[in-house]
Design a protein around this ligand. Structure first.
Ligand code: COA
Length: 177
């Protein structure tokens, strides 16, 4: 569903991102659970919580009005190497929220993450968003540097990470034009 190619320039082999529909719930489950297991400190949710989700829960996530993208490299088109998502809060319809960002460790530094963010930015622009906002764990230096390279700037927002309140997460925002 909604497949489209995204070329990400010099940093990468060609990367394709795919917008998932409800029938893709098994693929979403596999990648999302792997992300939660591999990088638990990066996410507000937990493996324990989402591994208990039913098919209906996953399908709901894919039909709730947001967007979920998986990324594939042309040199291994059957294997999803990363995930991103976007949604709008009803109270802030001009601001898209970027969530769920994760790239398999072996695919990091290759431009896959750029393509995944680009997919959400394009999706948000098409829906009239003025900006994209995200939360990132304060100690997640790699992600913070990555987002800064893509034009996100830290806000003054800071809150405990829901999955581990001993950590803080900070807000970052990027205007869309
Ligand atoms: C966050 C993530 C999606 C970024 O994708 P990526 O492919 O690793 O990103 P890139 O390699 O393109 O960019 C990372 C940047 O951080 C730098 N970096 C790498 N390790 C670093 C470290 N330990 N400390 C600081 N910067 C670091 C890289 O040099 C690069 O900077 P540059 O573009 O100026 O060279 C990926 O690392 C990931 O999935 N991490 C685990 C999950 C996660 O943190 N998700 C974010 C949730 S908000």
């Amino acid at each position: 569903m909604g497949g489209r190619g995204v070329e990400t320039g010099d940093r990468t082999a060609a990367v394709r991102t795919r917008l998932l529909g409800p029938d893709d719930w098994r693929e979403l489950r596999a990648v999302r659970l792997e992300a939660l297991r591999e990088s638990p400190w990066a996410f507000g949710s937990t493996y324990a919580r989402e591994s208990a989700f039913t098919e209906a829960d996953w399908r709901r996530r894919l039909s709730a009005g947001g967007a979920t993208f998986l990324a594939y490299r042309d040199d291994d088109p059957a294997t999803a190497v990363g995930i991103s998502g976007g949604f709008f809060e009803e109270s802030t319809p001009d601001t898209a929220e970027l969530v769920s960002m994760w790239v398999r460790p072996e695919a990091r530094g290759s431009g896959v993450a750029d393509a995944l963010v680009r997919a959400v930015l394009d999706w948000a622009v098409a829906r009239g968003a003025a900006r994209v906002h995200l939360w990132v764990t304060a100690t997640n230096e790699r992600a913070r540097r990555f987002y800064e390279r893509l034009g996100f700037v830290p806000t003054d927002e800071r809150q405990p990470l829901p999955s581990d309140p001993t950590l803080d997460e900070i807000g970052m925002v990027r205007p869309l034009s």
